[in-house]
Design a protein around this ligand. Structure first.
Ligand code: GLY
Length: 356
């Protein structure tokens, strides 16, 4: 059975492993203690995951905080609640926080770990496809505010990431699809990730959609591994998003704005990103950056995975305002990641007129 170990190498002294396997969930406890000397562990667990797997997640000397599911939970109030829970339970500097859940659980508990006593050990156990291929790796932790998504946070790397793919078996279809959106994102940026290996991920995703959509274990493990190798390559080159890492936000400038103007209720993150990717592809073609042929091929790929329903109508002014509060705004200019040729993308300026 598949058992992979990848490394995120930020520097010679700063690196951490990502494990991808179908190990027994009960074994996670032992694996975690290989990466922390904690006496006490604060487990922050998604409510859904706790319902299904709670009985198998009884780590010794641990306390558990169960967080409701949904993007709206990634807020200042819950951040404070988790901090208070850690304080009340007297977590010490040597102790650790383990996030078991999707991106929301990982992001908010990582931010608690980054700030509690000025930083304690943090370990990620992603249980959704999206968290496996994106949010659990790379150290972006934080919370949403009324001013936008992830506007308060830190770069705080985990000690280790355990992608136990057994969790994906019980993931509901909508959550699975939202993760696929992030997987497909890597097909559009593969070459720009400079991983030193040609995966031809675009073609792989074109050819294997049936197997992927039916969650064939071998193929699923492969796309997760490729996505993570691409992400690890980018993060190793640009941990704090000074340049290259921006490409990981392909589809996200508009995606985040859509999530914000719809109050994080109507679309999942992946659905919003898929709409954002479609828009970026159209825009790139309009600007003459990519050919009509690649545009159509790209639309087809996204369509194969049925990630976007009917093209919704948004209040464009509200969307543009929301994009102006994106973290990527520089010197008052909105930045957009656009495809520039097959499997390559670049961060470019965006003019609001481009929207119409
Ligand atoms: N999710 C984008 C990044 O980690 O940079």
């Amino acid at each position: 059975m598949l058992d992979e170990k990848l490394l995120v190498e930020l520097s010679a002294e700063k690196q951490y492993p990502i494990f991808i396997n179908f190990d027994l969930i009960e074994n996670l406890e032992k694996s975690v203690f290989n990466y922390t000397k904690a006496n006490k562990i604060l487990l922050v667990v998604s409510e859904k995951v706790n319902k299904i797997y709670g009985g198998k997640l009884n780590f010794k000397n641990s306390i558990k905080y169960v967080l409701k599911d949904g993007e709206r939970q990634k807020n200042l109030k819950n951040y404070q609640r988790i901090l208070n829970f850690a304080l009340k339970n007297k977590l010490e500097r040597k102790d650790a926080i383990v996030a078991i859940g999707g991106g929301v659980v990982g992001d908010i508990s990582g931010f608690v770990a980054a700030t509690y006593l000025r930083g304690i050990d943090f370990i990620q156990i992603p249980t959704t496809l999206l968290a496996c291929v994106d949010s659990s790796v790379g150290g972006k932790v934080g919370i949403n505010t009324d001013f936008g998504k992830n506007m308060v946070g830190a770069f705080y790397q985990p000690k280790a990431v355990f992608c136990n793919l057994n969790f994906l078996k019980t993931l509901d279809e909508r959550q699975f699809k939202t993760g696929l959106s992030e997987v497909i994102k890597y097909a559009f940026i593969e070459k720009s990730c400079q991983a030193g290996y040609e995966y031809n991920f675009f073609e792989f995703l074109e050819k294997n959609s049936d197997k992927i959509l039916s969650r064939d274990e071998e193929v699923l493990a492969k796309i997760i591994k490729i996505s993570l190798e691409l992400k690890a390559s980018v993060v190793a080159k640009d941990e704090k998003e000074q340049g290259l890492r921006k490409i990981l936000n392909f589809g996200h400038t508009l995606g985040h704005a859509i999530e914000k103007v719809t109050n994080y209720k109507k679309y999942t993150h992946g659905e919003a990103v898929a709409i954002g990717m479609n828009f970026a592809i159209s825009l790139a073609c309009k600007k003459g950056l990519i050919t009509e042929e690649y545009k159509n091929q790209s639309f087809e790929l996204i369509k194969k995975y049925n990630l976007v329903g009917k093209t919704p109508k948004f209040n464009q002014k509200k969307l543009i305002d929301a994009m102006y509060s994106d973290k990527k705004v520089e010197d008052g200019k909105i930045k957009f990641i656009l495809p520039i040729r097959k499997a390559s993308a670049e961060c470019l300026d965006f003019n609001p007129e481009d929207f119409y």
